[in-house]
Design a binder for this molecule. Structure first.
Ligand SMILES: Nc1ncnc2c1ncn2[C@@H]1O[C@H](COP(=O)(O)OP(=O)(O)OP(=O)(O)O)[C@@H](O)[C@H]1O
Length: 330
């Protein structure tokens, strides 16, 4: 069996935050005696990742995803539990550890604003003590793949969000990390740029065998890139497996839709009616009944646009986090 690249056991992070009450009196009292409350951002997490795995963290705002990534990358120290990444304890921040990992945060700029990206890259070469020949090869490879040959010579402040993100990725990968932490790498980017970054991450993972851990609010990023997902809510691990397994567990029904000149009198016998409007019928049907229902629907007069789909991922998430709204039809 291969040794785990990332191993997390009983991981917890608690933050102490000042309690703030409204009103002048409370503000004055706080000057003398400040009261604190404890936020349990991460509670008792347990998982391990093999080398080369691509894993997505999913969860609502404030679930604890970024806090977990920061502990894995060694930026903050756990309150309790064990973390091991590439055989190191991240919070010790040993140089050998830092050379093996990289953290990219879509919402935080790591490149220096006034310098061209290429100067930032050169700075990283020195900091990470990258061999010059190796550096040259990697720089050529990464800048060609991400198409930033010209862009990297302009001061970072002049770059568009997408151009800057690509340069952030080059900077993060020049030292050839074995583990890549990506926190919202496509946030705010247009669809074609999102696809480009996604494709690049997939290629990097395939060619270098790096372990990739990704958080994204774009379900599509996670669905397209990560065969395995960890769902975190309220700091706890709620699910660990494939998106398909999650979908089967949360939303086992399949969505069948059709358009016809006349609809059945009682479609409730086939499944749960999501929509019945004009000549259009949308049903949620148990998987074992799909062939029979499809058979009945194709036989309807002038049947067309027959489709069988899984529940949309967004809907699966809403159901999982108990914030279900009226079902939407995709
Ligand atoms: N430095 C900090 N001090 C105090 N509380 C914090 C700190 N960092 C995070 N928290 C709290 O810990 C909880 C988890 O935050 P975290 O940023 O990990 O969530 P997240 O899952 O990444 O959310 P989002 O999707 O909104 O980025 C939140 O309640 C947050 O307010």
């Amino acid at each position: 069996m291969t040794a785990a690249m990332v191993r997390v056991e009983g991981l917890c992070k608690r933050f102490s935050v000042p309690r703030r009450e409204a009103g002048l009196r409370a503000a004055l009292r706080a000057l003398v005696r400040r009261e604190y409350r404890v936020v349990e951002a991460v509670r008792d997490l347990e998982f391990s990742l093999a080398p080369g795995e691509r894993v997505g963290f999913l969860g609502p705002n404030g679930a604890g995803k970024t806090t977990t990534l920061k502990m894995l990358a060694g930026l903050i120290v756990p309150s309790a539990g064990q973390v091991e990444v590439a055989g190191f304890t991240p919070s010790e921040r040993r140089p050998e550890f830092l050379r093996r990992v990289s953290l990219v945060m879509g919402q935080k700029r790591q490149l220096s604003w006034d310098l061209p990206a290429i100067d930032n890259f050169e700075f990283n070469r020195v900091v990470y003590e990258i061999d010059p020949a190796h550096y040259k090869r990697r720089l050529e490879e990464l800048t060609a793949l991400l198409d930033v040959g010209e862009v990297m010579r302009r001061p970072v402040r002049q770059l568009s969000l997408g151009e800057r993100m690509k340069c952030e990725l080059v900077a993060a990968l020049l030292h050839g990390p074995q583990v890549l932490f990506l926190d919202e790498p496509t946030i705010g980017l247009d669809v074609s740029m999102q696809l480009g970054i996604r494709e690049f991450i997939r290629r990097y993972n395939a060619e270098h065998g790096a372990t990739v851990i990704l958080t994204s609010h774009y379900m599509e990023d996670v669905a397209a890139l990560c065969p395995r997902i960890l769902v975190i809510d309220g700091g706890r691990l709620r699910f660990d497996g494939s998106i398909e397994a999650l979908r089967r567990q949360i939303r086992p029904l399949r969505r069948v839709s059709v358009r016809a000149a006349a609809l059945p009198d009682d479609p409730t016998a086939m499944g749960r009616v999501v929509l019945r409007e004009g000549g259009r019928l949308v049903l949620d049907v148990a998987p074992e009944r799909v062939p029979e229902v499809v058979g009945a629907l194709v036989a309807l007069p002038e049947a067309q646009d027959l489709a069988v789909q899984d529940a949309p991922l967004e809907e699966v998430m809403r159901a999982l986090f108990g914030r279900e709204e009226a079902a939407e039809i995709g």
